[in-house]
Design a protein around this ligand. Structure first.
Ligand code: HEM
Length: 160
């Protein structure tokens, strides 16, 4: 989390832009995952709740359990935005979260597509307010989050 420290200006851009979209997190999360499934349709197959297996993005996107996953994702982002001054405090949690995603079959490379989809959702929600500087700040924050999660694929992977 130490590399590429966010500047104070970047933190402000992230906080201001997140405030503008965070009233309706579920909606923006839906835009994010709709985009993600367009770019990588096979990711739908990884979401299995009880005996339900989804084959189509639309089925997945309209399930209650998946809605909860969207809430979980948005809560992690919300926590990261609230912790911009102490992102290293999230490292352990995020490493663990990475490990869980590895366990359910997510490939680390897919997190690049998630990043692209996050930027798409922010751009859709913010319009012109999503300036190149704001995009760059979000891109750096997301990279930090993924750097910590990626430890779950490599570090102590025999644990658990
Ligand atoms: C490639 C994209 C992703 C896939 C395929 C995926 C898949 C899953 C699956 C199958 C679960 C377990 C079932 C569930 O809790 O709904 C899960 C849990 C979870 N996911 Fe994801 N996920 C993705 C991206 C993300 C991202 C970007 C975040 C946040 C940054 C995230 C946060 C969580 C959290 C907080 C949980 C609950 C973990 C727990 O039970 O402790 N996921 N994910």
């Amino acid at each position: 989390m130490e590399r590429e420290e966010l500047s104070e200006t970047q933190k402000e851009l992230i906080r201001d832009s997140w405030q503008a979209v965070s009233q309706d997190q579920l909606h923006h999360g839906m835009v994010l995952f709709t985009r993600l499934f367009e770019l990588e349709p096979d990711l739908v197959l990884l979401f299995q709740y009880n005996s339900t297996h989804f084959t189509e993005a639309q089925e997945c996107l309209s399930s209650t359990e998946f809605m909860e996953h969207i809430r979980k994702v948005m809560t992690v982002i919300d926590t990261a935005v609230s912790s911009l001054d102490s992102l290293q405090s999230l490292t352990e949690y995020l490493t663990n979260l990475g490990r869980k995603h590895r366990a359910v079959g997510v490939k680390l490379e897919s997190f690049s597509t998630v990043g692209e989809s996050l930027l798409f959702a922010l751009e859709t929600g913010l319009g012109d307010a999503f300036t190149p500087d704001t995009r760059e700040a979000w891109s750096q924050l997301y990279s930090s989050v993924v750097r910590s999660m990626s430890r779950g694929w490599f570090k102590d992977s025999q644990e658990q």
